[in-house]
Design a protein around this ligand. Structure first.
Ligand code: PEP
Length: 266
């Protein structure tokens, strides 16, 4: 990360894992291990399944832990006959201050489109939820050489109709689909290049220096430092490795260490 104005953001996406007690125990364990985490230096966000949002938020409050809570998805609509969904207000009611929007698993298995992603971003902002907007290409798209066009188009569709004044409230996550849950990480330099492309795409519509851009896709304690030290990567969206408090703590500590000892300017 190059800009002192952007804090690192490390978010753990638990997907469909952890019961209520497991979620509480994880939060306590992470707190004990990551006590030194200075919330002024990095934002740490736990994204449990919807069933455990309130339990995690309650535990965070009880411990006064420097963690925020995020939903993994939500409806854009306020209420109604949408069986199985949760509304933005419900996510807030459970203690969420962040929400992941447009994760590739949502796009692939639950028919999320650029249009629904755009509507959800607007709903999130209306409820003071920070959206973590996921974009990224498939393996076939990468092999066809259309990564940049695809990602830029996803970014443009996501911000359609938004006033550029809200750009600092957005967080993007570049998540190449072929790297999610596969153990294949995108090379750090390439991940950085695409994150910079996302920033340039935003910059065509307004100031993008304060928008955080994360990398996600098989981030692990043994590759996080290299990824996080890239100039345009402002944090990580972590799936599998966020389920283990020790590994997740190591990723958080990498971010904190980079803030404490910034790379020399060349
Ligand atoms: C994710 O779910 O957003 C993700 C990046 O998963 P993983 O870290 O397991 O690849």
């Amino acid at each position: 990360m190059t800009s002192a104005a952007r804090r690192y953001l490390i978010a753990g996406n638990w997907k469909m894992y952890k019961t209520l007690d497991e979620a509480r125990d994880f939060t306590r364990q992470l707190y004990n291990q990551a006590k030194a985490a200075d919330s002024a230096l990095a934002d740490i966000v736990l994204c449990p399944p919807a069933t455990a949002l309130e339990r995690v938020a309650h535990t965070v409050r009880e411990l006064q832990a420097p963690f925020a809570v995020g939903a993994q998805t939500m409806e854009s609509r306020e209420q109604g006959a949408y069986t199985g969904e949760i509304s933005p207000g419900m996510a807030v009611d459970c203690g969420a201050t962040y929400v992941i929007i447009g994760h590739s698993e949502r796009r692939e298995y639950y028919n999320e489109t650029d249009a629904t992603v755009n509507a959800k971003i607007k709903a999130a902002l209306a409820h003071d939820l920070t959206p973590i907007i996921c974009v990224g290409e498939s393996l076939a798209q990468r092999e066809d050489g259309v990564t940049d066009d695809w990602v830029a188009q996803q970014v443009n569709a996501a911000i359609e109709g938004l006033d550029a004044a809200v750009f600092p409230k957005l967080t993007f996550a570049y998540e190449p689909i072929w790297a999610i849950g596969t153990g294949k990480t995108c090379e750090a330099a390439e991940a950085n290049r695409v994150c910079a492309l996302i920033r340039r795409t935003l910059a065509q519509r307004g100031a993008a220096q304060l928008t955080r851009i994360l990398y996600g896709g098989s981030v692990k304690p043994d590759n996080s430092r290299e990824l996080l030290s890239q100039s345009d990567i402002d944090g990580a969206l972590v799936g599998g490795a966020s389920l283990d408090p020790e590994g997740f703590t190591r990723i958080i500590n990498d971010a904190l260490a980079l803030v404490a000892q910034p790379a020399p300017v060349s």
